[in-house]
Design a protein around this ligand. Structure first.
Ligand SMILES: Cc1ncc(COP(=O)(O)OP(=O)(O)O)c(N)n1
Ligand code: TZP
Ligand code: MG
Length: 212
């Protein structure tokens, strides 16, 4: 089963991205999604290669946002695809069954489609407002997660769900209670002055009820 904490990178330049990813790895994040939007394919390729080396060094999982071909070219562990990105069957045909394909959902109907199409996990959100992403889908709040996860249960959909969007440390307990598997965060970790302590606190809360 996947780890419960995914770090989504940010940074205006490749250097800043790599710095932020390195910091997250140093702090104990072991799952990185490289999200470097509106850049040339060359810049994204160079960054992805550097991130791959770094993630191997730290034994972290490395997935690429949006770009299936880039993920394939550099041998990443997978991709995250939104509702308007490449289709999951299309990505599966290129990457095969051993790679991780994450998919976005904002509604139960999205969850149904994405899980039927064979994604490995669902990024469900946004939980609340965030400046990290433009053109946000409607905010779900904790009630939205309860409602969607309950419907998943009744239809026996077992795909792990990650909450995403504006999540802070104070939100973790309430999110865990909704039945999510984990969280995907960007700003909270990128902006934290005490990343190691934060990642520890997040993992403590995310794994509080897990019996090993
Ligand atoms: C874990 C996770 N969940 C959702 C998203 C959002 O993906 P998408 O809707 O394609 O938006 P962009 O990130 O591409 O702007 C995500 N990246 N990761
Ligand atoms: C990529 C994405 N998709 C929905 S919200 C979001 C941004 C998550 O970043 P943050 O944790 O900074 O809100
Ligand atoms: Mg996308």
């Amino acid at each position: 089963m996947f780890n419960k904490l995914q770090y989504i990178s940010q940074g205006e330049t490749a250097e800043k991205q790599l710095y932020n990813i390195h910091q997250a790895l140093d702090a104990g994040c072991d799952w990185i999604q490289m999200r470097f939007k509106n850049q040339t394919p060359e810049k994204r390729f160079v960054l992805a290669e550097a991130v791959k080396v770094l993630c191997e060094e730290y034994l972290a999982n490395f997935i690429v946002n949006d770009d299936v071909i880039l993920a394939q070219k550099i041998g990443a562990d997978g991709v995250h695809l939104g509702l308007t990105d490449m289709s999951i069957p299309g990505a599966r045909a290129i990457l095969g069954n051993r790679k991780i394909i994450g998919a976005t959902a904002n509604t139960f109907e999205d969850v149904l489609i994405q899980s039927k199409n064979g994604c490995d996990y669902i990024g469900l959100g946004p939980f609340q407002f965030t400046e990290t992403k433009e053109k946000l889908s409607p905010i779900l709040g904790a009630e939205g997660y309860v409602s969607i996860l309950n419907k998943m249960k009744t239809q026996n959909i077992l795909t792990p769900v990650y909450a995403i969007g504006g999540i802070t440390l104070e939100n973790i307990e309430i999110l865990v209670k909704t039945g999510i598997h984990g969280i995907a965060v960007s700003g909270m970790i990128t902006k934290s002055p005490e990343k190691q302590k934060l990642v520890q606190q997040l993992n403590d809360k995310l794994y509080a009820n897990v019996i090993i």
